[in-house]
Design a binder for this molecule. Structure first.
Ligand code: FAD
Length: 486
C-alpha cells in the first residue's frame, strides 16, 4: 500500500532513530509529517514546576533539530490530543496516522477515540510495538495463558528472543528520510515552557541529561560499569545503576538497541555477572507492562483481590504520618534520605523505592495507593506499569510480590545497604557528625553523645514516628484478613 500523506504522532518515543511508527510511515507513504502534542488532558493535572515537562521540552528541541537535519519537521501543539490529532490529520489531508503502542488504560482509551475519529473520515490508524520487546500476549505459558510469575516469564522471554533475534532488529529511518515532509513554511519555534503554563524546574541544575544525546551518553557511561551491576546496584551511595529509566520512559533511547548491545556483549564473553542481571531488570519492565495490559484493574485494585480487604490506617494521625513520610520526616534516616532524594531530584534508587514503600505500608499501615500516587507525581521516570508493579510488590498484593510477612527492617536495611552512612549524609547533612554505626538509628545514641555533636532530636532531626517492632506486629495482624478472604 502506498499512502500519499501520513502523520506520525510521537508520544513516549522522542527519538528519530530505530522508531517503529516512523519507519513504517516512511516506508508506506510519499510524504510524512511528524507531530508531538503537549496533551492538555495530562498537563493540566501537573504541578507548574515539573521536571518531566522540562525533560520533554528539552528533548523535543533535539528531536526537532534531528528531524530538520533529515529534511523533515516537527509540529508541536498544546491541545487536547484526542481531538487535535484527527483535526491536524484533516488539515494536512493525511491518509493515515502512525503511532507506537501505549499500554496505559487512559492512553488506550484516548487512542481508540482518535482511531474512531479518523475512521469516521476515511483515514487510517496504525500503531506498532516499540517501547517493549514483547507485549500483551506475545509471551504465554504452555497452556496459552499470560504469566503471573516473573521467573518463568523471564525464561520464556529469553527463549523467544533467542529463537527469533529479529525482534531486536532496528527500524531504520535514514534510508527512507527523503519522504519526510519538509517544514510548511519557516519551521515554527517550539512553544516555550511559559507558554505551556510552566516554570523551569531544577532539571538543568541537576545536570540530568536530556534527549537522544543524553540517553546515549548515559548508556556509554554505564556500559563499562555493567559487569559490576549485580554487586553495585543495591548500594545507593554507589554509582551502580544506569539511570536510564527516564530515557526509557520517554523513548529517548531505543530499548531494542540497549538489549541488542547487552546481548552482543554477553555473546562475546563480556559483561561479567552484571549484564544478565541488568537484562533481567529490563525484562521486569516488559513483565509489568504485560501485567497492566492483561489486568488493567490493577491501576486501582490489588492484583490479588483478597488484599483489598485490608483495613488501612485513616484519619488525622494517618494523614500526619503520611505527610511525614512524604516530607522525609519519619525519624528513620534511610527512609528520610531516600524521600529527600526523590523530592530534590525526582529520582530514587531502586533499593530505596522498596524500603520507603515497605515503610509506608508496613510500618505506617497506610494504603499503598497513597504512596503510589505520591511517586507518580514526583518520579521523573514515573511509569504506571512499573510503579504500580513496584507498589503492589511492596504491599504483597501484586503478582509475584514479596510475602506479606516479609517486612523490611528500616534499620538493618540501612546498616546493610548504606553501612558507612554515605548516602544518608548526602541528603541529611544535619546527621553528618554521627558515627557510621550511629547514623542508622539516631534515637538510640546516648543523649550525652548527641549533645557533644550538637544534635537535638526533635529540633535538628525528628524522633522516630513509629516503633518498628510494634508496627511489625500490627501489620501481621492487619494482614491476617488475607488468609480469610479468598
Ligand atoms: P537500572 O537498575 O539501571 O535498571 C535498568 C532499567 O530496568 C530501568 O531503567 C527500568 O526501566 C528497568 N527496571 C529496573 N528495575 C525495575 C523494576 N523493579 N520494575 C520494572 N522495571 C525495572 N521504574 C520506573 O521506570 N518507573 C516507575 O515509576 C517505577 N516505580 C517504582 C516504584 C517502586 C515502589 C519500586 C519498588 C520500583 C519502581 N520502579 C520504577 C523500578 C525501579 O526502581 C526503577 O526502574 C529503577 O530504580 C530506575 O533506575 P535505573 O534506570 O538506574 O535502573
Amino acid at each position: 500500500m502506498t499512502l500519499t500523506t501520513s502523520l506520525v504522532w510521537f508520544r513516549r518515543d522522542l527519538r528519530a532513530f530505530d522508531h517503529a511508527a516512523l519507519h513504517h510511515a516512511l516506508r508506506q507513504s510519499q510524504a510524512v509529517h511528524c507531530v508531538f502534542v503537549y496533551d492538555s488532558a495530562i498537563l493540566d493535572s501537573l504541578p507548574r514546576r515539573d521536571r518531566r515537562v522540562d525533560f520533554i521540552h528539552a528533548s523535543l528541541a533535539e528531536l526537532a533539530s534531528e528531524l530538520h537535519q533529515l529534511g523533515g519537521d516537527l509540529i508541536v501543539l498544546h491541545d487536547d490530543a484526542a481531538t487535535a490529532i484527527p483535526r491536524l490529520a484533516a488539515e494536512l489531508k493525511a491518509d493515515a496516522v502512525f503511532a507506537n503502542h501505549d499500554y496505559e488504560p487512559q492512553a488506550i482509551a484516548r487512542d481508540a477515540m482518535v482511531a474512531d475519529a479518523l475512521t469516521a473520515h476515511a483515514r487510517l490508524w496504525f500503531s506498532f510495538k516499540d517501547q517493549v520487546i514483547f507485549e500483551k500476549d506475545e509471551v504465554l505459558t504452555l497452556s496459552g495463558k499470560p504469566y503471573t510469575v516473573y521467573t518463568p516469564y523471564k525464561n520464556a522471554w529469553l527463549k523467544k528472543m533467542r529463537a527469533d533475534p529479529s525482534c531486536l532488529a532496528p527500524y531504520d529511518i535514514e534510508p527512507h528520510a527523503a519522504r519526510l515532509a519538509p517544514p510548511r513554511g519557516k519551521p515554527a519555534a517550539l512553544p516555550a515552557l511559559e507558554e505551556l503554563g510552566f516554570e523551569p524546574s531544577n532539571l538543568a541544575e541537576l545536570a540530568i541529561p536530556t534527549g537522544m544525546s543524553g540517553g546515549a551518553r548515559l548508556f556509554e557511561d554505564f556500559l563499562p560499569r555493567v559487569e559490576k551491576y549485580d554487586v553495585a546496584r543495591d548500594f545507593p551511595a554507589l554509582k551502580g545503576p544506569s539511570y536510564l529509566s527516564l530515557h526509557l520512559r520517554f523513548g529517548t533511547v531505543s530499548l531494542r538497541y540497549l538489549v541488542r548491545t547487552i546481548i552482543d556483549l554477553m555473546e562475546r564473553g563480556g559483561g561479567g555477572g552484571g549484564a544478565p542481571v541488568w537484562l533481567a531488570e529490563l525484562i521486569w519492565r516488559d513483565f509489568y507492562a504485560m501485567i497492566l495490559v492483561q489486568n488493567p484493574q490493577v491501576e486501582h485494585a490489588a492484583f490479588k483481590p483478597a488484599y483489598d480487604a485490608i483495613a488501612w490506617e485513616t484519619g488525622a494521625l494517618a494523614d500526619e504520618a503520611f505527610a511525614a513520610w512524604c516530607a522525609g520526616r519519619t525519624g528513620y534516616p534511610l527512609v528520610d534520605a531516600a524521600m529527600a532524594q526523590l523530592n530534590q531530584t525526582g529520582y530514587m534508587h531502586n533499593r530505596l523505592r522498596m524500603v520507603t514503600a515497605c515503610f509506608l505500608i508496613k510500618d505506617l499501615g497506610i494504603d499503598w495507593r497513597r504512596g503510589e500516587a505520591y511517586f507518580a507525581l514526583h518520579l521523573n521516570d514515573f511509569d504506571l506499569a512499573s510503579n504500580n508493579g513496584g507498589w503492589q510488590w511492596a504491599s504483597s498484593s501484586g503478582c509475584d510480590a514479596q510475602p506479606y510477612f516479609r517486612i523490611f527492617n528500616p534499620i538493618t536495611q540501612s546498616e546493610k545497604f548504606d553501612a558507612s552512612g554515605r548516602f544518608i549524609r548526602r541528603y541529611l547533612p544535619q546527621l553528618k557528625a554521627l558515627a557510621d554505626k550511629e547514623i542508622h538509628a539516631p534515637w538510640l545514641v546516648p543523649r550525652m553523645l548527641l549533645d557533644q555533636k550538637n544534635i537535638v532530636l526533635g529540633r535538628d532531626y525528628p524522633a522516630p514516628i513509629v516503633q518498628h517492632d510494634e508496627a511489625r506486629k500490627e501489620t501481621l495482624a492487619r494482614y491476617e484478613v488475607v488468609k480469610v478472604v479468598k
